[in-house]
Ligand binder design. Structure first.
Ligand code: KG4
Ligand code: ZN
Length: 337
């Protein structure tokens, strides 16, 4: 049997400082996440300057804890996997510099990972991935349909033309006076609402691209108009109307893409994959329209940002010898390839 691959992984692309030790891209030996959410929620969103400062304060402690919790020494590590991009430049820098420092100090290879590859491979903690595969990646910064003919080959077949789906959720929540991050709040409210408001339907064309800014603006205008005229509105019904409209389009295009690309497996990925309505809708729609496609919906703990997912993706980077260099720079708008 071939030798085990033990990776130390670092993720710092947004507002979570995270480190993890993962064996063979599948077995989590430790998974430490230090969230800054309590700080950013006071401002109603992530403040990049504050995020990078907090990463600097936290990164050493988080790394130390990840190695200690895994019960290993740095000698046993085969490589340092880290998020090279995309994300907030200042936040990424901290993780990249930490990775390079460790690589240099302990003479370990560097394994740069794309944040979205991490979200996709988080599914490997709960299921065997079958190829060809399609991933629906939904987060605060991404809305993408990614086709994978085999492990670690990515083809973006559709993406948002404007706002990411998580961003639209967060903005709608904000005008409803809900705290950041707004996605989980809309999810909760919508459960006791009905989709009674007729909002602008998001773009639905033959492509696999998405656009949510029209729908989002329509919600903002609707609330504004009600306030100006002193008319009552029900936040639960607004949450439900917005969500049904956005998710119907998202899931509809995903089913269509999965059928056209004749995939064996569909996986959800990213923070918005925690959404309860999306989770049920995708299961129902695939069961009725493409019952032969295997559907994996990751558990909540691996939907949001963490470093174990970077270790899962980094394993394939290791197998394919996609080494990084000490002069690589954080790449805030890195392409998935
Ligand atoms: O993947 P993630 O943790 O960070 C990014 O890479 O962006 O995703 C964060 C996003 C936020 O926009 C948040 O509001 C959204 O995921 N989110 C949700 C839910 N939980 C998190 N959106 C809708 N419903 C949820 N339950
Ligand atoms: Zn993410």
């Amino acid at each position: 049997m071939s030798k085990d691959v033990l990776l130390l992984a670092i993720e710092s692309s947004c507002d979570e400082t995270a480190a993890s030790v993962v064996r063979n891209g599948k077995e989590i030996l430790s998974n430490v996440v230090s969230s800054q959410i309590n700080v950013h929620s006071k401002f109603g969103g992530v403040i990049p300057e504050v995020a990078s400062r907090l990463h600097v304060e936290n990164v050493s402690v988080v790394l130390e804890e990840a190695v200690k919790n895994a019960g290993i020494t740095m000698d046993e590590i085969d490589g340092i996997a880290y998020t090279l991009g995309p994300g907030l430049i200042g936040s990424l820098h901290v993780g990249v510099i930490a990775a390079k420092t460790l690589a240099l100090a302990y003479n370990k290879p560097l394994l740069p990972v794309h944040h979205i590859a991490g979200h996709i491979f988080a599914n490997r903690f709960v299921d065997e991935l079958e190829y060809p595969l399609m991933a629906l990646v939904v987060s605060g910064g991404h809305t993408e349909l990614v086709y994978m003919p085999d492990p670690y080959h990515f083809e973006v077949v559709g993406q948002t033309m404007d706002d990411a789906i998580g961003e639209a959720y967060d903005k709608v929540a904000r005008v409803l006076g809900l705290p950041y991050p707004g996605g989980p709040q809309i999810d909760r409210l919508a459960k006791s609402g009905q989709p009674v408001y007729h909002l602008t339907k998001p773009m639905n064309d033959a492509s696999y691209n998405f656009s949510f800014s029209g729908l989002k603006s329509n919600v903002l205008q609707f609330i504004d108009r009600c306030k100006r005229k002193g008319e009552e509105y029900t936040p639960e019904n607004i949450a439900s109307s917005f969500q049904e409209s956005a998710l119907t389009l998202l899931v509809g295009k995903t089913v269509r893409a999965a059928i056209e690309y004749d995939v064996k497996h569909i996986v959800l990925a990213g923070g918005v994959a925690a959404n309860s309505r999306l989770r049920s809708m995708i299961q129902e729609e695939f069961a009725s329209k493409a019952p032969n496609v295997k559907v994996t919906i990751p558990p909540l703990w691996c939907c949001t940002d963490n470093a174990a997912m970077i270790g899962a993706a980094g394993y394939y980077a290791y197998l394919q010898e996609r080494w990084g260099e000490l002069n690589d720079k954080a790449s805030p708008s890195m392409e998935l390839f």
